[in-house]
Write a protein that binds this ligand. Sequence first.
Ligand code: DGL
Length: 359
Amino acid sequence: MENIVSKTQLTYKTLAISLTFLFSSVVMAKPNVTIVATGGTIAGAGADATNSATYSAAKVPVDTLINAVPQIQNLANVNGVQALQIASESISDKELLTIARQVNELVKKDDVNGVVITHGTDTLEETAFFLNLVIHTDKPIVVVGSMRPSTAISADGPLNLYGAVALAASPESKGKGVLIFMNDSIFAARDTSKRINIHTNAFGSQWGALGMIVESKPYWFREGVKRNTSKSEFNIDQIKGDSLPLVQITYGSDSMTPIAYDAYAKAGVKAIVHAGTGNGSVPNYLVDTFNKLRSGGMQIIRSSRVADGFVLRNAEQPDDKYDWVVAHDLNPQKARLLTALALTKTTDTKEIQRMFWEY
Ligand code: DGL
């Protein structure tokens, strides 16, 4: 009898060990992805399922977002952290640096293989670009949002989140810079912006998507050529405090006045990104104002209000003569962030211009 009992115990032990091994191998086979939630429409809630545009952003907590898409657990071992709960139009340097520092800590952990950031779409492009410039890692970082709140019929958030986790869990996403995933498309953080303000197909890049995700499988068609993440000279570890050098944007139009420029100078703004007409043009009646500010130390960065194309140096405006910088193909809001980071290192316009060519 004793012999039978000891054999049975041995069988149970063997079974327990093999099941543990099987479980751990399955769990180990799946990458570990952390979702950093910041708010936005993807966490939004409306009064009725028919409210696809009338809702409150930043209401639904990260665990609810994750539990709403149980299938993501098949893609990775997923956990969530609630970094912020904010509508992204209200993100300032303080929140941006909070997000960057939290992502930076996560990617340094050996047991984190990828990071997804859920974010409002209004300034999603700024956060993604900033992370692209200051986080030194080759691990996948994917920023995702939605255009409809979680409570709406055909909410786009759940499938966007599912695709973003699939992207962050894929080894092919390594070393490609920070990625934006929206509406089945994989975009480079650097050159992607919100181009339609009320459509699920909101995001795009004039240089095109990098690829697509279909049923959790990534299909890649191109890669970016600009410096980012591990190859960046900027590093969140070197940025202290909760603010960046103050850089503001002015919007070019007809009948402008120097009032805003003079007010910015008085307020201690270090650089102005001028979203000029056409190829970043400055009206002739403002050139003296610009040059007065430049001689006082203010940096002048010529970007454009025109969505596509890129600002040419010394084409319609004598940038060398006036010691101005051109933003190349970066839109004004991204040029603002790169200028702020540049000013943490230099006030030399040739160095700042190099940074606009390289990032
Ligand atoms: N309030 C906007 C934001 O948080 C909503 C837009 C969205 O997230 O899609 O960015």
